[in-house]
Write a protein of this length. Structure first.
Length: 728
């Protein structure tokens, strides 16, 4: 229960009827002297162990950049405001992975990469400037750290990967989001996000370990225009100018109370989830708030944490519900816990004894006014008397509270340990835990196999509610139960019409299973590569729709969902078709969850031969552009109607070389005005019945997607726009 939105609802808390009785100061490395320089040249470095601490300073001296102490012997590489008394951080490269103070260094490597190395030489963070003409790294007057070539062209910018702060003229776009700090005075990532959602609206999102919810703009308004927003502009662009005026493509705008260009400013998503615009008093070095999204912070999700009440007396004050105690007095966002474990009383077997409206003496109901529930662990019933609500909660072993307003009851459930063991723990909405026995029954002892791959074997099943499902037995899963639940809680919240919906999971001893929606027409490879003519030939309109749908699904994974996900194994086997031949991408999120601002290096190559991007072999950081390459191969197969592995010459040629050879040939043919060759290239089973313009466009996209230099490949957003422009 969270007292964060003030409503007239009265909530009643189940209670045992028994007697119940400063801001961290930041420092640089501890050295006797500090050396400043204008830039870092290629093949040079700065270290935490040098006798003199070296920092970069912008030409106007407003910003500094270097190693920033976050603990006794832990440092981040950060940019901070030089004139701020607290040296307030504006950007951090490694906010969640501080380096050791003994021997860590920032080095501009000979391959053009600016890299942060820990004491043991491990790369903690790096720029994507490998094999470029990168010449130097420089901190500009606006606080933007850039890597540039000898002509001054920017090859990488810190403005493109913010942490929790936007500076004037630093845009927020479809590929950018702010992530709050976890607590006051800390740099670690928290649970609040500021980003454009899939409806083109700038939103504040609470993305916690168990639930995710939009809390700004007002989620109670069912139409964006009621919040003064529009969904019709897909540009997804917002920027704060130097005078303190902010405007975005969804029509959201605000201005600072001290409007003017004479002030240093920052727009920060604070640890408490509030978005605030700050102005710097250069005389005192202190910040003042000149605008904020929430003037009354009790309206925000999670300010005081679970089982706590947020109010003003007159200042913000957090307090625990009666019978609860605070978990961490320094950090109220952790909430409160019960002083008494009521599950122990439940287990005595006398949880309820309701006869003639008399209830067990073990529990009573206490009223708490002006509070509201948060999260997905709620259910409601309309038009019900208060007495029914009270008795319903007292008689249910897993009800810990209920709300009552105008004849509507909302109940909050608390999962009991034995229920968890039986396999009914809910992670999020419509995402549940199954027991192995349930899935064994649903699949008739795993009798009907739908397919298999590197991640496991898939079986058809039917649940008790008669829903058809696909049950995958996962191979080589090293996660323990809690780690797996944490990973799956992200996947379980993802929903898009072109992504296979995950319904739940099973973890029992060494068994790891996933339960997902069933696709009636199976995987794309079964229909596309039907060399024995067992199925009807896929029409051109169906193929084009599949190309578009897969592009939409990948665009969502790469740019729009709360966690940016790289699939790493796009191929026809992982593209499923429902009863209407609408494509759905399967197995997303099972290989690696990657942060958009810091793609990680997987420990081994993932994917399938013929679909793997060149950067895997080059040992480069893997980004969404690896999926773009695989998608390009799928496009060629959709048009040609055969696997690329069949394109090899005399069976001796490598598949990758066969793809490259065909791409080079296609590039030449597409450049000519004569398009008659398309009839020969397109799947002969179509008998020439296809849209020439669409076919040429699909092949042009495929050629671009298969560029060896990943920087030349288009984003999936761009692919979607091009394909949509030719929809008949």
């Amino acid at each position: 229960m969270r007292g964060v939105y003030i409503f007239t609802t009265i909530f009643f808390l189940l209670m045992p009827t028994i007697a119940l009785a400063n801001h961290r100061k930041p420092f640089l490395a501890r050295r006797s002297s500090i050396s400043t320089q204008a830039f870092i040249a290629r093949r040079s470095s700065i270290s935490t162990q040098d006798d003199t601490t070296t920092i970069l300073v912008s030409p106007n001296s407003d910003f500094s950049c270097g190693f920033y102490r976050v603990a006794t012997n832990a440092f981040t590489f950060s940019i901070w405001f030089s004139r701020s008394s607290e040296k307030t951080v504006a950007w951090t490269a490694n906010r969640d992975a501080p380096v050791n103070g003994k021997g860590s260094r920032l080095t501009f490597q000979k391959d053009g990469t600016l890299a942060l190395l820990d004491y043991n030489g491990k790369v903690v963070w790096s720029t994507n400037t490998t094999a470029t003409r990168a010449d130097r790294a420089e901190l500009l007057n606006n606080g933007n750290l850039v890597v540039m070539d000898p002509e001054g062209q920017h090859l990488w910018r810190s403005f493109d990967s913010p942490t929790d702060t936007l500076l004037p003229l630093q845009p927020i776009t479809r590929n950018v989001k702010l992530v709050s700090a976890s607590a006051r005075g800390l740099l670690y990532s928290g649970f609040y996000n500021f980003l454009f959602d899939s409806n083109n609206i700038l939103t504040l999102v609470y993305n916690g370990p168990d639930t995710a919810s939009i809390y700004w703009p007002n989620p109670s308004f069912d139409q964006p225009w009621k919040n003064g927003r529009t969904t019709y502009d897909s540009l997804r662009y917002g920027v704060l100018n130097q005078t303190g005026y902010f405007v975005s493509s969804d029509l959201f705008k605000f201005e600072a109370s001290d409007l003017g260009d004479h002030v240093m400013r920052r727009l920060t998503l604070d640890y408490d989830g509030n978005l605030r615009l700050y102005s710097l008093n250069e005389t005192s070095g202190n910040w003042s708030v000149s605008w904020m999204a929430f003037s009354r912070v009790c309206q925000m999700h999670g300010v005081c944490g679970t089982n706590a009440v947020c109010n003003y007396i007159p200042e913000l004050h957090c307090s625990c519900l009666q019978g609860f105690e605070v978990i961490d007095p320094i950090d109220w966002s952790k909430g409160c816990k019960r002083k008494v474990d009521i599950t122990a009383i439940w287990d005595k077997g006398n949880r309820h004894n309701i006869t003639n409206n008399s209830t067990s003496q073990d529990f009573s109901i206490r009223k708490i006014t002006a509070t509201d529930f948060w999260g997905y662990d709620t259910a409601y019933t309309q038009l019900i008397p208060y007495s029914n609500c009270r008795n319903m909660c007292l008689t249910a072993n897993n009800c810990q509270a209920f709300g009552y307003r105008k004849g509507t009851v909302v109940r909050k459930w608390e999962t009991r340990p034995e229920i968890t063991d039986e396999g009914y723990a809910i992670i999020s909405s419509q995402f549940r835990r199954f027991s192995y026995k349930e899935l064994q029954k649903a699949t008739n002892c795993f009798q009907e196999e739908l397919g298999s791959g590197g991640s496991g074997v898939v079986y058809k099943g039917v649940l008790d509610d008669e829903r058809k499902v696909a049950v995958k037995i996962l191979n080589d899963v090293i996660y323990g139960e809690q780690e797996l639940r944490s990973e799956l809680s992200v996947i379980g919240r993802i929903y898009h019409m072109n992504l296979v919906r995950i319904w739940g999971f099973c973890v029992e001893k060494t068994k790891r299973l996933l339960v997902s929606e069933y696709s009636e027409n199976g995987s794309l490879d079964r229909l596309l590569f039907d060399y024995h003519n067992l199925f009807p030939v896929l029409k051109w309109s169906q193929r084009y729709n599949i190309a578009l749908g897969v592009a939409k699904g990948l665009a969502y994974l790469h740019h729009e969902c709360l966690e940016w996900i790289v699939h790493c194994d796009i191929k026809p086997e992982n593209i499923l078709l429902d009863k209407d031949f609408e494509p759905k991408i399967a197995d997303f999120g099972l290989v690696k969850l990657l942060k958009p601002e810091a793609a990680q290096m997987p420990s081994r190559v993932h994917g399938t031969r013929g679909y793997i991007a060149p950067e895997w072999a080059l040992n480069l950081p893997i980004t969404g552009k690896a999926d773009v390459y695989s998608y390009g191969v799928v496009l060629l197969e959709l048009v040609k109607g055969s696997r690329v592995s069949r394109w090899v010459v005399d069976g001796k040629e490598e598949v990758g070389l066969a793809v490259k050879r065909n791409v080079d040939t296609l590039r030449e043919k597409l450049a000519s005005e004569d398009q008659s060759w398309l009839l020969e290239f397109v799947d002969s089973r179509l008998d020439g019945e296809f849209n020439y313009s669409q076919a040429a466009t699909v092949l042009k996209i495929a050629v671009l997607c298969l560029e060896e230099d990943r920087r030349m490949r288009p984003s999936m957003d761009t692919v979607v726009e091009v394909l949509l422009s030719l929809v008949e």
